[in-house]
Design a protein around this ligand. Structure first.
Ligand code: ATP
Ligand code: MG
Length: 694
C-alpha cells in the first residue's frame, strides 16, 4: 500500500482542504478514521478522499461503496461527489445498499421464492401482541415495535431478549418475557407472509455474505473501498454487515462525531468509532477542530451546548474553532402559544427571503414530526413555499411515476440536449410552461419541474449525459430515496437533519417535555442523547440561528410549559427570558430569586440556594461534586472549621450544576458573596477546570 505520487492527482483536487483534512483525504489505502466535531469538514474530507483514490488510480469509481444513515445525507454525499467530478461511486444508506445487494443475490441463494418489503410493522406487532396477551393500544404497540427494532439492530434474538433487556436496564412496555413472545410471534407472522422488514434486509444480506463463499467472493471482487459517514451511529447489525463487506480487508474510512450520537435508543453506539484504532492500530487518525460551516456566534453557542454534556461521548469532544466571518447573534424568543410562535417564525422567514436568503437555504427543525403542523399552516398562510421531510415519498407520487414511465419509453431526438428532451417528455404528463395557480396542481407541477432540475444538474456535471443516463440517475435516486430538492423552506425533525446545513435554522418548540422529550426525563443517558440532538440542531446553521419556545400549546390555555433546560446559560444576559438564576445571596431588595431551569419564582430556602425548584431537573456533574467535596474537606481541616462554614452542601451542588468558569458566574451562585469569592474563588474555579482536562 503506497500513496499515489501527487502528479497523478488532478491538480487542485485537494487544494480546498486544510492540512489535517488533506492528510486524511490523501492517506494511502487502508484504514482511516476522522474524529471531529460538527461542521469541521468530515463529509467534505471523505468525498475528497474518494475522488482522490479514484483519480490516483487506487480504485475504480464502481468499486467504492460509501454508506451513511439517512437518505438525505446519502443524497448530500452523492451531490458532493458529483461536484468533484466523480461519477459511478455508490453513496447509499446501509438499508438501501443491503436492499440492492439482496435483490441481486437472492435468486442465486434462495431461488425464485419472492420477497417483498414490509413497510411499517405495527399491524403484525398488533397481531402478535394480541396472541401474547399484551395490551394493543397504539402507544404500547409503538413501544413494542421499537423494542423489536432495537433487539434486531443489537443482534439480540427473542430467546436472549429477556436476559439482555434486564442487563441493559431497558425501559420496556411489558414484562421482558412477554415482549420476547411478541417479538417471536411477529417474526413468525412476517416470515409466513414472505415479507422482510428493514432490519431483515441487513440480517439476510449479512447472512448471505457470511454463509455463501462464492457470493461473498463475487461481492468482494466488485467492491474494494468502503467509506462510512456518521459512523458514531452504527448499530451492531450494521457493523456486522460492514464486516461482511470487508471480509477481513482494511480499506475502510470512517468519520464521525461521538457527540452527535443520536440513535442510541435504537441500538447505535459510538464505540466502534472511538475504538477504531484498537481494531486497526495502523490506522491514519485525524482530528479536526476548525468549523467551516458556522459563524463564530453559532460556534460559540454550540460549544456551550456540548460543553455541558456528560458521559462517555463527551470525553471525546473538541472545542470547535469558528473560521467564518462574524454573523448575527443567535435569537432567542419566548411565545405565549404555538400558533403565535409559528407565525413569528413565518414572519422572520419572510424577512430573510426579502434580504435574499433562498428558501431552500432555510430550515425549521423540531423534535417530533407532529410539531410540523403548526408550521405548515403558518407558512402556507404567509404564502411561503415549504416541503416536509419524511412526508409523502417523492418517487411514489403519481405524476412522478407517470413521468418515469414516460421517460423510460421516450427517445431523444439526436440534436436535442438532455434538458430539452426531458422538458418535452414531461410536457406530455402535465408540465406546462407556466405554473398553475396553486394547490395540488401547483404541487404536481413543482414535482415535475424538479425532475427537469435534476436533468439540468446532470448535464452540467456529467459530460454527454443522455436520456438513458438520466433515467438511471432517477432509478438510483428512487432506490436511495433521494428526492430532488424542491425550492422551499425545509421542515424536518432534528433526527432527519443530521449531516445537513442551511444558512438559516429555526429550532422551535424548545420546551421541557418536547426538548428534551418527556420520556427521557429521569434517565441520564436519555437526557444526554437529547442534548446531543439539540447540539446537532444548533450546528446545522451557517449564519442565522433562531431558538424559540412557547408557554402553552393553544391560545388562551394555561401557561404550563417551561423552556428547555438546555437553554440554561445560553440566553444573553439582557434577554427578557434570561432574568433568572441570578438570585444574589443575602437579604437585600434585589430581583426576586427565580429558578434557572424553569424561570418560576423560588420561595423555599433550599431551592433558592440551589437556584432551581426542587422538582426541576438537576444536571449536577457528579465528578465535579465529588472533587468539590474533597476540596472542602481539606480546606475545612486547614482552617479548623466545620465543612459547612466553607460552603454548604447546597452551594456545592449549585456549583457542580452550573460549572462556573469565571468570578461573575461564581458570585451569581447563592451562598457565594464577595468575601467567599475573595477567599475561595480562584480555588473553586480551578477545581471546576480540573475536570475539563480529564
Ligand atoms: P457534520 O458533523 O455536521 O456532518 P461535517 O464535519 O461533515 O459536519 P461538512 O459538512 O463536511 O462537515 O463541512 C461543513 C461545511 O464547511 C461545508 O459547507 C463544507 O463545504 C465547508 N468546509 C469544510 N472544510 C472546508 C475547508 N477546508 N475550506 C472551506 N470550506 C470547508
Ligand atoms: Mg457530515
Amino acid at each position: 500500500m503506497v500513496s499515489a505520487p501527487a502528479s497523478k492527482t488532478r491538480p487542485g483536487l485537494l487544494d480546498g482542504l486544510d492540512p489535517e483534512q488533506r492528510a486524511a483525504a490523501s492517506a494511502p489505502r487502508g484504514p482511516v478514521c476522522v474524529l471531529a466535531g460538527a461542521g469541521t469538514g468530515k463529509t467534505r474530507t471523505i468525498t475528497h478522499r474518494i475522488a482522490h483514490l479514484i483519480r490516483s488510480g487506487h480504485v475504480a469509481a464502481g468499486q467504492v461503496l460509501a454508506v451513511t444513515f439517512t437518505a438525505r445525507a446519502a443524497g448530500e454525499m452523492r451531490s458532493r461527489l458529483r461536484g468533484l467530478g466523480v461519477d459511478g461511486a455508490q453513496a447509499l444508506t446501509f438499508h438501501a445498499a443491503a436492499r440492492r445487494q439482496l435483490r441481486y443475490f437472492w435468486p442465486r441463494v434462495v431461488g425464485d421464492r419472492p420477497w417483498d418489503l414490509l413497510e411499517g410493522k405495527l399491524r403484525f406487532v398488533g397481531q402478535a401482541a394480541q396472541r401474547a396477551g399484551v395490551g394493543t393500544e397504539a402507544e404500547i404497540l409503538r413501544d413494542l415495535a421499537g423494542e423489536i427494532e432495537w433487539a434486531k439492530a443489537s443482534l439480540v434474538s427473542p430467546d436472549d431478549y429477556p436476559a439482555v433487556a434486564a442487563r441493559t436496564q431497558r425501559d420496556i412496555p411489558a414484562p421482558a418475557a412477554r415482549v420476547a413472545e411478541v417479538y417471536r410471534g411477529y417474526e413468525k407472522i412476517k416470515n409466513s407472509a414472505q415479507l422482510l422488514d428493514f432490519d431483515d434486509l441487513l440480517l439476510h444480506t449479512t447472512a448471505v455474505l457470511e454463509e455463501h463463499g462464492e457470493v461473498a467472493q463475487e461481492f468482494r471482487d466488485r467492491y474494494r473501498c468502503f467509506v462510512v459517514d456518521e459512523y458514531q451511529d452504527v448499530t451492531p447489525l450494521q457493523q456486522r454487515l460492514l464486516d461482511a463487506w470487508l471480509g477481513g480487508r482494511d480499506d475502510l474510512t470512517v468519520v464521525g462525531d461521538a457527540n452527535q450520537t443520536i440513535y442510541s435508543f435504537g441500538g447505535a453506539s459510538p464505540r466502534p468509532l472511538l475504538e477504531f484504532t484498537r481494531r486497526f492500530p495502523e490506522a491514519t487518525v485525524v482530528r479536526l477542530e476548525r468549523d467551516y460551516r458556522s459563524t463564530p456566534q453559532v460556534v460559540s453557542l454550540a460549544n456551550k451546548v456540548i460543553g455541558a454534556a456528560r458521559g462517555r461521548p463527551a470525553g471525546s469532544r473538541l472545542r470547535l474553532l469558528g473560521q467564518r466571518p462574524e454573523g448575527p447573534e443567535p435569537r432567542f424568543a419566548e411565545f405565549e402559544d404555538e400558533p403565535t410562535e409559528a407565525a413569528a417564525v413565518a414572519a422572520r422567514i419572510r424577512q430573510l427571503l426579502d434580504i435574499g436568503v433562498a428558501a431552500s437555504q432555510i430550515a425549521v427543525l423540531y423534535r417530533v414530526n407532529a410539531q410540523s403542523e403548526a408550521y405548515e399552516q403558518a407558512l402556507a398562510e404567509a404564502e411561503i413555499p415549504y416541503l416536509v421531510r419524511g412526508g409523502e415519498r417523492f418517487f411514489d407520487r403519481r405524476e412522478v411515476r407517470q413521468a418515469m414511465a414516460a421517460l423510460r419509453t421516450a427517445t431523444g431526438a439526436a440534436d436535442d440536449d438532455l434538458v430539452t428532451t426531458v422538458r418535452r417528455v414531461l410536457a406530455g404528463v402535465g408540465l406546462t410552461e407556466q405554473p398553475p395557480a396553486g394547490g395540488a396542481a401547483k404541487e404536481r407541477w413543482d414535482a415535475l419541474l424538479s425532475l427537469v432540475e435534476v436533468a439540468e444538474e446532470l448535464s452540467a456535471t456529467v459530460e454527454g449525459a443522455d436520456l438513458g443516463r438520466f433515467v438511471a440517475e432517477l432509478d438510483q435516486r428512487a432506490a436511495a430515496q433521494h428526492p430532488p430538492t424542491v425550492e422551499g423552506v425545509t421542515l424536518a425533525s432534528l433526527h432527519a437533519a443530521k449531516g445537513l446545513e442551511w444558512d438559516a435554522v429555526f429550532l422551535v418548540g424548545l420546551a421541557e417535555g418536547t426538548m428534551p422529550i418527556q420520556h427521557a426525563d429521569g434517565d441520564d443517558n436519555a437526557i444526554e442523547e437529547e442534548r446531543r440532538l439539540f447540539y446537532v440542531g444548533v450546528t446545522r446553521a451557517r449564519e442565522h440561528l433562531w431558538l424559540s419556545w412557547s408557554l402553552s400549546r393553544h391560545p388562551g390555555s394555561r401557561r404550563l410549559r417551561r423552556r428547555s433546560r438546555f437553554l440554561y446559560g445560553l440566553l444573553p444576559e439582557d434577554h427578557p427570558a434570561a432574568k433568572v438564576g441570578r438570585a444574589k445571596s443575602g437579604m437585600g431588595s434585589g430581583p426576586k430569586p427565580r429558578c434557572r431551569v424553569c424561570g418560576g419564582p423560588l420561595t423555599e430556602t433550599l431551592d433558592i440556594k440551589l437556584g432551581r425548584c426542587g422538582k426541576c431537573p438537576s444536571n449536577v456533574d457528579e465528578d465535579l461534586l465529588e472533587r468539590l467535596k474533597n476540596w472542602r474537606v481539606e480546606r475545612a481541616r486547614e482552617l479548623k472549621v466545620p465543612a459547612y462554614v466553607v460552603f454548604t452542601d447546597a452551594t456545592l451542588v449549585a456549583i457542580a450544576e452550573q460549572r462556573p468558569t469565571d468570578n461573575g458566574a461564581l458570585v451569581s451562585i447563592s451562598g457565594i458573596g464577595p468575601t467567599k469569592l475573595e477567599r475561595f474563588g480562584a480555588e473553586v474555579l480551578a477545581v471546576v477546570r480540573e475536570g475539563d482536562h480529564s
